[in-house]
Design a protein around this ligand. Structure first.
Ligand code: L3W
Length: 435
């Protein structure tokens, strides 16, 4: 997928420096970089949190939790140090936006981390990148080193008497550590399995200290919000969904890429106008609207606004902004199998419904796909997925169950016809080929 695309409907806030050489610190400064953090130092934590709340910014990692509110949950007094943790463990299939952010504007993530630190009274931030993004670490490490060299990080930043440090870290290649508590375990050097919540990280987080953990795009929005003002940012989006967001549009479209669109932008327009419509004049079959965890939408369901509330009302989720477009050539049976194979592979195995549920669904769908299925299998897959939903330790179980249920419910006839038409034969796909 090309990392730089553009369309007139885009409203560039967090992507406004993409392609302008802002990995270079001087260029970043020339493009208003490190102004917001200096304002934040001058005006103080209450001002930062007021602006963040007014912006209506909601978490860009998938859950859409209000960012200003999350920051305000951190206790003012704490015996243990407080931390800021940037979740750059972008691993959701279909989601590819944070990658572009780190590639083109790493200083925005650094500056946002500092602003979050000032808001909560923390002196140390961590930027955690997924293991497979190790090549991006060089870009982020250079940006951090340049910021130290300029006196923007470290002791007495900008000569203000304030101290702030940033440490970078990569994972070892596990989707599960994108879950915030598993990420903290991983960062502490332990096996990346989730913790019980509550307590939420805002109260008991990294090394037991209060921790703000946000997705990289969420954090990178903070400097822009402070510069333009929370209210102005909110107005760019839709009701209760402030601002813009990065959407990675992939699959069978003419112009795949990462586009920044206002919250509430119509999904159908995003596919047909922004991304140029379905490739090679084919018909649209289905859309996975926000990364592989989100229930699939059929072609006639996509006339809906891309924000957390409208997508929820439409029976799916905005998720992490990865819109995967499937044309008529796609077998939903194969797509469902590939999706569950991912979750089965990435399940940490910590809780039984997720470990066993994903495994049994994968086994059943593999058999169906290879021609050995019977009609009862469709019910079994639905039954297994419905019994995982809401019964797992962390959202990975739900993330596997929700799309599976939607595939089976919305495309039941395709599963049944497939089973009818593929009674025997050599395996089409091996389990090893799936992951
Ligand atoms: C303090 C409270 N903090 C909630 C915080 C909580 C977290 C945030 C959201 O899952 C979703 C998942 C995936 N006091 C709080 C509080 N918080 N109540 O708010 O929490 P939660 O539990 O709703 O969600 P989560 O555990 O963060 C994330 C979906 O995102 N997803 C994600 C995909 C993958 C990526 C990626 O690759 N980058 O993000 C896609 O849909 O299914 O539902 O910080 O601590 N009372």
């Amino acid at each position: 997928m090309p990392s730089l695309v553009s369309h007139p409907d885009e409203v560039k806030v967090v992507s406004r420096r993409f392609g302008l050489g802002a990995t270079d610190i001087d260029k970043y400064v020339e493009l208003d970089g490190y102004k917001a953090v200096q304002q934040a130092i001058a005006k103080g934590p209450e001002w930062i949190i007021t602006e963040m709340k007014a912006s209506g910014l909601r978490g860009r990692g998938g859950a859409g939790f209000p960012t200003g509110m999350k920051w305000s949950f951190v206790p003012k007094q704490s015996e243990k140090p407080k931390y800021v943790l940037v979740n750059g463990d972008e691993s959701e299939p279909g989601t590819c936006k944070d990658h572009v952010l780190f590639l083109h504007d790493p200083h925005a993530v650094i500056e946002g981390t500092m602003i979050a630190g000032l808001a909560i009274g923390s002196k140390l931030g961590f930027i955690y990148l997924r293991g497979e993004y190790r090549y991006l670490l060089k870009i982020v490490e250079k940006a951090v080193a340049d910021a130290y060299a300029k006196g923007f990080l470290g002791k007495n930043i900008f000569g203000t008497g304030v101290d702030f440090d940033i440490i970078t870290q990569t994972g070892a290649g596990a989707y599960e550590v994108g879950e915030e508590s598993a990420l903290m375990e991983s960062l502490e050097g332990k096996r990346g399995v989730p913790r019980i919540k509550p307590p939420f990280p805002a109260v008991v987080g990294l090394y037991g200290g209060p921790t703000v953990i946000n997705n990289a795009e969420t954090i990178a929005n903070a400097p822009h919000i402070l510069l333009m003002g929370g209210e102005a940012y909110a107005k760019l989006g839709s009701e209760r969904n402030g601002g813009t967001r990065l959407f990675g549009i992939s699959g069978h479209v003419e112009r795949p890429g990462v586009y920044e669109l206002p919250m509430g932008y119509n999904l159908k327009r995003a596919i047909y106008e922004v991304a140029g419509g379905i490739k090679d004049g084919k018909r649209l079959k289905a859309v996975v609207p926000g990364g592989s965890s989100c229930p699939v939408m059929t072609a006639d369901e996509i006339d809906v606004g891309l924000d957390f509330d409208q997508m929820g009302k439409a029976g799916t989720m905005l998720g992490s902004g990865g819109i995967v477009v499937l044309d008529e050539s796609v077998s939903i049976v194969e797509f469902a199998l590939r999706t569950i194979a991912f979750y089965q592979h990435e399940s940490c195995g910590w809780c039984i419904p997720c470990r066993e549920g994903t495994d049994w669904i994968k086994k059943t769908l593999t058999r169906v796909y290879n021609g050995g299925g019977n009609k009862k299998d469709v019910d079994n897959v639905q039954y297994l997925a419905e019994n995982m939903l809401g019964r797992t330790f962390c959202p990975l179980g739900d993330a596997a169950a929700m799309p599976t249920i939607a595939f089976v419910k919305k495309f039941r006839k395709e599963f049944e016809d497939y089973i009818e038409g593929h009674k025997a034969g050599t395996p089409i796909i091996t389990v090893e080929q799936l992951v």
